[in-house]
Design a binder for this molecule. Structure first.
Ligand code: HEM
Length: 446
């Protein structure tokens, strides 16, 4: 379908659709503190396309019309730059990361990365995930209280370390975790302009980030070198080993620098996002006792309750998408839902708004896994993983991980929510998270 195929019969309007006024500080504050309510209120007021001006991110147009999103994700996309929009991440991810590249270079990296994340490969990771989840739940004690999101962060890190990096020894995983989480925790660095990120000594923001990066890089290059020399490289199923064996269309392997950048990318893109998805899942389940009871019943049934479990994951990611909108920057004017938008602006397919459209999801506020019991999702109505040639590479892994962890926790542990109602959703960095990280108390563990 061409980029302009969905243009309506009435004349195309040029420029930027109306949206909240002002220089952006207020919009930024509202989006950070009450992202879902704010996006839904703007949608109710301005319609399916509205313009928002934000500090750092610049001018962007949210698009909440599924047809227009479909046009943005299919057909010719050479004028849509996602890598350019992700450029601020380049300092940490490196300039060969699939997230910051565009065009032919992006496609090359993406083709190399995709095979280890496809169905059959992900099935093999389920055992690893179950094992990590069993050990995590095995450490919980009755009466213990914690923010579930923190425990899930440790768990999803371990899954990435084992399934993606292929590291098995616990002390090496712990060493990597400390070094890499130190980089991720310096999130502020991603938003600073380059000149502020200059290394002005040990205590300057630039200095702190550089030193943490150097320490993390040293460990990543060490793992790459160890694996290159491993006797069983040809038989190993982890993503790093598969990438070491991969060849591009010219028969070239990935360089160590490319491997380092992609390992960092998979960690950054896949660790907190999945942990947050899990924290949201339990926030919703623990406040919906009938749904949790049905899930447990299904899990105990003879067919293992796979369909209801998967539907629970799908419904969680609908009602609580971790990313509110994916993004593309226009390199030339483009018609989107009847507006010719100028070059240079960002376009945000508004995942969080589409997921709440009553015409797609009756009673959209209700948490109801039954909606998805037939296992079907419409690509442009359910898009927690974005779409098109930039769709999340780790989508199948993330969904398998959420399903296996929910299965283990729901089967083995009884948790009590520490807050009377589901949590306020807030924006942290570029993701939506539960404000308090889903605090729970362990009632008992089987
Ligand atoms: C619940 C968990 C996750 C969510 C909600 C999520 C969401 C997303 C979204 C919205 C995008 C942007 C897509 C677009 O622009 O159209 C993305 C990209 C990406 N994700 Fe995920 N993700 C998750 C887990 C993972 C995992 C586990 C990995 C890998 C280990 C991963 C790796 C990536 C990569 C490499 C990209 C860039 C793809 C490209 O630019 O071609 N993600 N993800």
């Amino acid at each position: 379908m061409s980029a302009t195929a969905s243009a309506p019969a009435h004349p195309v309007r040029r420029g930027l659709p109306p949206g909240p006024r002002g220089f952006g500080a207020r919009s930024f504050y509202l989006l950070a503190q009450r992202p879902l309510e704010t996006l839904l209120a703007w949608h109710a007021r301005y319609g399916d396309l509205f313009t928002v001006r934000l500090p750092v991110f610049g001018t962007g147009v949210y698009v909440a019309d599924p047809q227009a999103i479909r046009d943005l994700h299919t057909g010719d996309q050479s004028d849509l730059r996602a890598g350019e929009a992700n450029a601020p991440l380049g300092g940490v991810l490196g300039d060969r990361s699939v997230l910051v590249l565009d065009g032919a270079e992006h496609l090359r990296q993406r083709r190399l990365l995709l095979p280890p994340f496809q169905g059959s490969a992900v099935r093999a990771f389920r055992t690893v995930i179950r094992d990590v989840a069993e050990r995590e739940v095995g450490r919980w004690r009755p009466g213990e209280r914690f923010a579930l999101r923190e425990r899930m962060r440790a768990l999803t890190f371990e899954v990435i370390a084992r399934a993606v990096f292929g590291v098995e020894r616990q002390e090496r995983i712990e060493r990597l975790r400390r070094a890499l989480v130190a980089v991720l925790d310096a999130q502020y660095a991603f938003l600073l302009p380059d000149r502020l990120l200059r290394d002005l000594g040990r205590l300057s923001p630039g200095g702190v980030v550089r030193r943490r990066l150097q320490a993390a890089d040293a460990l990543l290059y060490e793992e790459i070198a160890r694996r290159r020399g491993a006797d069983d490289l040809e038989e190993r199923a982890d993503v790093l080993s598969l990438l070491l064996r991969a060849r591009d269309e010219d028969g070239e392997p990935m360089t160590d620098g490319e491997l380092r950048d992609e390992l960092m990318t998979m960690l950054l893109a896949g660790h907190e996002t999945t942990a947050t998805g899990l924290a949201f899942a339990f926030d919703l389940l623990l406040h919906a006792p009938a749904t949790l009871a049905r899930l447990r019943e299904e899990l105990a049934s003879s067919d293992g309750g796979e369909a209801y479990l998967d539907a629970t994951v799908t419904e969680t990611l609908r009602l609580r998408p971790v990313i509110d909108a994916n993004q593309r920057r226009l390199t030339q004017p483009r018609v989107v839902a009847g507006w010719e938008l100028p070059a240079g602006v960002s376009v945000y397919p508004a995942i969080a708004i589409v997921h709440r459209r009553p015409d797609l999801y009756p009673e959209p506020e209700a948490f109801r896994p039954e909606r998805f019991l037939d296992g079907r999702t419409e690509s442009y109505a359910w898009l927690p993983f974005g779409g098109g040639i930039r769709r999340c590479i780790g989508a199948a892994l993330a969904q398998a991980e959420m399903a296996e962890v929910i299965r283990t926790v729901a089967t083995r542990a009884e948790l009590r929510a520490q807050r009377p109602a589901t949590e306020q959703v807030v924006m942290r960095g570029v993701t939506l998270v539960p404000r308090h990280g889903t605090p729970v108390e362990v009632a008992h563990v089987r």
